[in-house]
Design a protein around this ligand. Structure first.
Ligand code: GLU
Length: 453
């Protein structure tokens, strides 16, 4: 694409509001956003909602909410249902050139044609019978009550483009059916509105999954037929599910919808970081702010081999993000959960978190009520008697356990585990040297005496 300076780089994320976004959609949104931010360009959200039977306002609102959750704010917004006049005008232009022609076959007739072709070992490509119709034939069909759908007459040539991920790509027009742009009921299918919008909004780079490569061959022809120059294209590898199969099934889309992941408690930044790393396979695993991810983004490093989304990876990156999260970022969320016990608390518990909400469990361990687990009463009482006077700090644990060891002769696990069980009621958890000052002498003493505080 010539004449593209950073200021006018514009990319788009173009979901149809016919369902909730899933991790595959998130890849498209994220890669486009990262590319725009890296290059100082603009990121457009376009709702491909010409299918008014399946598109809903609720799904449209949910898409905006899901993008907000991911942290990807659009700079430009458009919805295709507002732009039908532009698509009509483009259709008119194509009709005038003879590139858009009416065809009258019913779905059942087309199906029979395809079956016959396949039975004869031929590719099931539309035979263009409608191009042979005379005005008279058409008038007769219409008098019978048939309504035409409209097909784009492809040039039967190889259409080439330089893919920013895949290099030189060619799509053979002769191997494709002339695509239907307008249905019998007058509704536009995806292709023409998409192309008209890419032209009108001066989209400079179309970044999308490799399942769109054939579409690109068609769209390049269509853009040229409309008198415009195609944008640059980049087709990244598809995101598959944990079993390596495409995420197309309805259950997958639900299981890996952004709302399901959000409800499961995952951090959006963890998902962003994981998808960026999956997209660029030779990048190190990194949990960093979105701006830093954008800085590290390189479209040429997007991989070609399909990638695999595994929730186990998300869980791992999620924990890593929490372990690095600063108190300033955690504070409002701790407050919202009613468990902001201060910076020392956050620093004590964050290495133990798999999900943010678990901070509330540790706050309850600090503040009580805790049901102490005491197996050796005499030991616990000796430990209570050895509690040093306050003020307590990180050194208190060492002083205290040294004293308990001396008083009881216990050491190693036999020393530490009974103390942990008495103080927290649990056999695992954050380092006690950090928790002990937060629990404080009063609560520690009570718990060592077996009292639920
Ligand atoms: N609405 C299309 C989709 O979700 C957009 C594809 C594109 O042109 O990027 O597949």
């Amino acid at each position: 694409m010539s004449g593209t300076s950073p200021e006018n780089i514009t990319v788009r994320f173009a979901p149809s509001p016919t369902g909730r976004l899933h991790v595959g959609n998130a890849c498209a949104a994220l890669f486009n956003w990262l590319f725009a931010k890296k290059s100082g360009g603009r990121f457009m959200l376009r709702l491909d909602d010409t299918d008014d039977e399946r598109s809903t306002a609720a799904f449209a609102a949910a898409i905006e909410e899901d993008l907000r959750w991911l942290g990807l704010r659009p700079d430009i917004f458009a919805r295709q249902s507002d732009r039908l006049a532009a698509y009509e005008a483009a259709a008119g232009k194509l009709k005038a050139q003879g590139r858009l022609y009416p065809a009258y076959e019913t779905a059942a007739e087309l199906d029979r044609k395809r079956k016959r072709q396949m039975a004869r070992g031929l590719p099931p490509v539309y035979d263009r019978a409608a191009l042979a119709l005379t005005d008279e034939d058409r008038a007769k069909l219409e008098a019978e009550g048939r309504k035409p759908h409209w097909r784009f007459r492809l040039d039967q040539v190889h259409t080439a483009f330089d893919d920013l991920v895949r290099g030189h790509v060619e799509v053979d027009g002769a191997s494709l059916s002339d695509p239907v742009l307008i249905r019998e009921d007058g509704r536009f299918l995806y292709t023409l509105p998409s192309v008209v919008d890419d032209i009108d909004f001066r989209i400079t780079h179309v970044i999308r999954g490799s399942d769109h490569i054939t579409n690109t061959g068609v769209q390049v022809q269509l853009i040229r037929a409309l008198g415009a120059e195609p944008p640059a294209y980049a087709h990244y590898a598809l995101l598959n599910g944990p079993d390596g199969k495409p995420l197309s099934k309805r259950e997958d889309a639900e299981r890996f919808s952004l709302v399901a992941l959000r409800d499961a408690g995952y951090e959006p930044l963890a998902l962003d970081a994981l998808l960026a790393r999956l997209g660029m396979p030779d990048t190190a695993d990194a949990c960093m702010p979105l701006e830093a991810l954008a800085e590290a983004f390189d479209i040429a490093r997007l991989g070609r081999a399909d990638i695999r989304f595994d929730p186990a990876d998300l869980a791992r990156v999620n924990a890593a993000c929490l372990h690095l999260m600063l108190y300033a970022d955690a504070k409002p969320r701790l407050a919202a959960l009613g468990c902001d016990l201060g910076e020392d608390f956050w620093n004590a518990v964050r290495p133990n978190l798999a999900l943010f909400a678990e901070a509330a469990d540790w706050a309850r361990i600090v503040e009580g009520p805790v049901t102490p687990v005491i197996e050796d009463k005499a030991f616990a009482e000796a430990a209570a008697a050895a509690l040093p006077p306050e003020p307590w700090d990180e050194a208190t644990w060492g002083l205290w356990t040294g004293a308990v060891k001396q008083a009881t002769g216990a050491k190693g696990k036999a020393l530490f585990m009974p103390l942990r069980l008495a103080l927290t009621g649990l056999p695992h958890g954050p380092e006690l040297k950090n928790l002990l000052p937060l629990i404080g002498r009063k609560r520690a003493g009570a718990r060592l005496h077996g009292l639920t505080d």
